[in-house]
Design a protein around this ligand. Structure first.
Ligand code: UDP
Length: 496
């Protein structure tokens, strides 16, 4: 008798922005949709984020033995290259573990850096899914990549013309991803082809947040025709547990006690995600800008890094310590005493954003931070640093209307611009409109997740797909051998 309770394997790539939504997705699959769930956590040698997983003790979490890729890659290789290399090293371990699992795994869910595990999953007769831990607009761009007109790409790269995506906002050159600054690499194209050939695509968004882009990725007449499997908006999947790397959760964080004493919606929270760093000069401008704004603030401060906007990506817990405040301008802490709080390296973001005293968020526009802000009805100052964050910043300010965007001049956002952006969100009339919009979206996000909401239904459909696969795979053994005839039939089923 074959169990019809599907077993989902989740494989997040390194980085908090990938790990957190994957753990949360696992949690939802387990608690609301009765999946067996196993999460493989691929770590990096310098990472302290493993402690985070202990908060998800209801999930079966397997740690993949760490492999230090820094000794194999040249130091100037990108974060993306390091992630891909780390993932590649995890495959033999993943294979041996999955072969011995009972019940046999039926579905592999990866983020975009994990698609190289798809051949392995197909060998084991599993369904393959990609979870975009980002928005539908970027997902649309990725889905469209293999079919994109090469001449348009060339004009985008060379002449700085916009990149058109059917059914979506074009991508302006000033917001483009680094990969489009030169001809798109073969590896990225290969990954995009794996994504469109997956049995399913999950996106951490919902219809009301991105009406055009979610329609574009789903509809056959637009981009839906390019994907083999269905596209499911499953968001907003945001963190539900507090995570504090490097510390056991003993006491309530002091910053929350400070927030308790501040008036409602009067504090701007300033944080650049788990990996964002800035130059010393930029940090100084930000500090003076906060002072100039005359607003209460909580600022998560990291040691500065020159020319490396994601300098903490792999070692979020190793760059903290009280010494980071030493980089602040002379007298800053004294002058802002009582008005602002500086938190070194890491803050309890979810609790801060959910606190009634918090009224705004200066963010690097990492997608988790964006969703966490929206789901707490908090408007933003969009200050993108790297990866797709400029696209996110554009979308939030120009399309959704929940953020103002800061612009650099000569590579730096000057203090006057920082102060003006903070005041627009915290004091000006337009800030109120953004706050109202964020609150509206919070309600619609909650509805999407609630029982029989659109995102809830998406996960129900995924479960149904898995059940069908299980029913069709009766000949498959625990060792992973299966009857190819069966899976051919199943493929027809999923393609139809
Ligand atoms: N985070 C946090 N405290 C911090 C910095 C980050 O709790 O001081 C969490 C934040 O709540 C979010 C995640 O780390 O869930 C960062 O993900 P995001 O996608 O925003 O940015 P990334 O770190 O991937 O650039």
């Amino acid at each position: 008798m074959v169990s019809t309770k599907p077993h989902a394997i989740l494989l997040p790539s390194p980085g908090m922005g990938h790990l957190i939504p994957m753990l949360e997705l696992g949690n939802r699959l387990l608690t609301h949709h009765s999946f067996h769930v196993t999460v493989f956590v691929v770590t990096t040698t310098t990472s302290g984020i493993l402690k985070l997983t202990s908060k998800y003790d209801n999930l079966n979490i397997i740690l993949v033995p760490s492999h230090d890729v820094s000794t194999e890659l040249e130091p100037n290789r990108s974060v993306e290259d390091r992630i891909v290399s780390t993932m590649l090293h995890s495959l033999p371990f993943l294979r041996s573990q999955m072969l011995s699992m009972n019940p046999s795994p039926s579905l592999l869910i990866v983020d975009i850096f994990g698609v190289l595990a798809f051949p392995l999953a197909r060998d084991l007769g599993m369904l393959t899914s990609v979870f975009f831990t980002t928005n539908a607009w970027l997902s649309a761009l990725t889905i469209y990549l293999p079919f994109m007109d090469k001449e348009m790409q060339r004009r985008h790269t060379n002449n700085h013309e916009p990149l058109f995506i059917p059914g979506c906002q074009p991508v302006r050159f000033k917001d483009t991803l680094e990969v489009f600054l030169s001809p798109v690499e073969e590896d990225l194209l290969k990954a995009a082809k794996e994504i469109v050939a997956a049995d399913g695509i999950l996106i951490n968004t919902w219809q009301d947040l991105e009406p055009a882009a979610t329609k574009a990725v789903r509809e056959h007449g637009i981009l839906g025709r390019f994907t083999k499997g269905s596209v499911y908006p499953v968001g907003p999947i945001v963190r539900t547990v507090e995570l504090k790397p490097d510390q056991d959760h003993v006491d309530r964080h002091a910053v929350l006690n400070w927030l308790d004493r501040q008036p409602g919606e009067s504090v701007i929270y300033v944080s650049f995600g788990s990996g964002g760093t800035m130059s010393e000069g930029q940090m100084r401008e930000l500090a003076f800008g906060l002072e100039l704004s005359q607003q209460r603030f909580v600022w998560v401060v990291r040691a500065p890094k020159e020319g490396d906007a994601c300098g903490s990506f792999f070692d979020v817990t190793n760059n903290g310590g009280e010494e980071t405040v030493g980089y602040l301008p002379e007298g800053f802490l004294r002058r802002t005493e009582g008005v602002g709080v500086v938190v070194p390296a890491w803050a309890p973001q979810i609790e801060i954003l959910g606190h009634p005293a918090t009224g705004g968020f200066v963010t690097h526009c990492g997608w988790n931070s964006v969703l966490e802000s929206v789901m707490n009805g908090v408007p933003m100052v969009a200050w993108p640093l790297y990866a797709e964050q400029k696209m996110n910043g554009f979308m939030l300010s120009a399309e959704v209307g929940v953020a103002v965007r800061v612009e650099e001049e000569g590579g730096v956002v000057c203090r006057e611009r920082v102060a003006a952006a903070v005041r627009r969100v915290m004091v000006d009339e337009e800030g109120l409109a953004m706050r109202n919009k964020a609150k509206e979206l919070k309600v619609s996000g909650e509805n999407a997740l609630s029982k029989f909401g659109s995102s809830y239904k998406s996960l129900c459909e995924i479960r149904k797909d898995c059940e069908l696969r299980l029913l069709g795979c009766e000949g498959r053994s625990v060792s992973g051998a299966y009857d190819i005839g069966d899976t051919d039939g199943i493929d027809r089923l999923f393609c139809s």
